[in-house]
Ligand binder design. Structure first.
Ligand SMILES: [Zn+2]
Length: 244
């Protein structure tokens, strides 16, 4: 049944009410099937996800979300990291404070340092026990791009960097850092016999990626992708040497 039929179905009568509410012209039949959809899209403002609202509250309204989601999809990350990055920015990791909200018998404290509330920010960046790893990563970033002299929360949580040539690289290191912090926390909480150290995990993770890419990339492609300022790897006598 068409919207301008004499006896509209409940669905269309509701739709008609909405269209009238937005002052959409209904007097003439429209040739395009999408005319009404487009008119409605123009009338409503786009919906923001809960995570975007949260981060905007923290960082202000200057964050361009379209670019951030694009960068997450296109980044240097392998599929596991990309999925982890997506979940981090969406704030859907099962951190203790969130688990505690769902089930009050679960503790909300951090298993690493004993802080009262174990939030996403605490687990991945703020915990005092992982400061050394982040200092190590900052040092790497500084050697890769000397203009990086500190890591802001925006760098750490959203992977936003203004440095043009190196931003993908820096974003990758942020993501491996957060992933290593998360792996360490999971190992401490659930696998008490297999404790992971986040800094060692970080180095191994990056090294493994370099070793895999070394096998199928040409030397030139490898150099342009990974050997920036000879920090993670370099080429000596035509052979690749991994330095991390
Ligand atoms: Zn902690």
């Amino acid at each position: 049944m068409k919207p301008n039929c004499d006896i509209p179905s409940p669905f269309y009568s509701h739709l008609l009410r909405v269209l009238k509410e937005f002052s959409v012209d209904l007097s003439q039949p429209q040739p395009s099937k999408f005319y009404y959809t487009r008119r409605l899209q123009n009338c409503v403002s786009p919906i923001q996800t809960r995570s975007e609202v949260h981060w905007n509250r923290r960082f202000g309204p200057g964050v361009i979300w379209k670019d951030i989601w694009k960068e997450i999809a296109r980044s240097k990350n392998d599929p596991v990291l990309r999925d982890f990055d997506w979940r981090t920015v969406h704030r859907i990791l099962p951190v203790n404070s969130r688990m505690h909200q769902w089930n009050s018998r679960l503790p909300s404290r951090c298993v690493r340092c004993g802080a009262q509330v174990d939030t996403l920010e605490h687990v991945l960046v703020d915990c005092s026990k992982i400061k050394d790893m982040w200092m190590f990563i900052l040092n790497l970033c500084h050697r890769i791009d000397p203009s990086v002299i500190g890591l802001s929360e925006k760098n750490l949580f959203l992977g936003c960097f203004s440095q043009r040539g190196t931003k993908d690289f820096l974003r990758y290191l942020m993501c491996v850092g957060k992933f290593s912090a998360w792996k360490e926390r999971v190992s401490l909480q659930f696998k008490k016999d297999q404790k992971i150290n986040c800094q060692i995990y970080f180095k191994n993770y990056v090294r493994q990626r370099l070793q895999i890419e070394q096998c199928f990339l040409s030397v030139d492609a490898f150099v342009s992708k990974w050997c920036m300022n000879n920090v993670l790897a370099c080429v000596r006598d035509d052979t690749i040497e991994i330095l991390i």
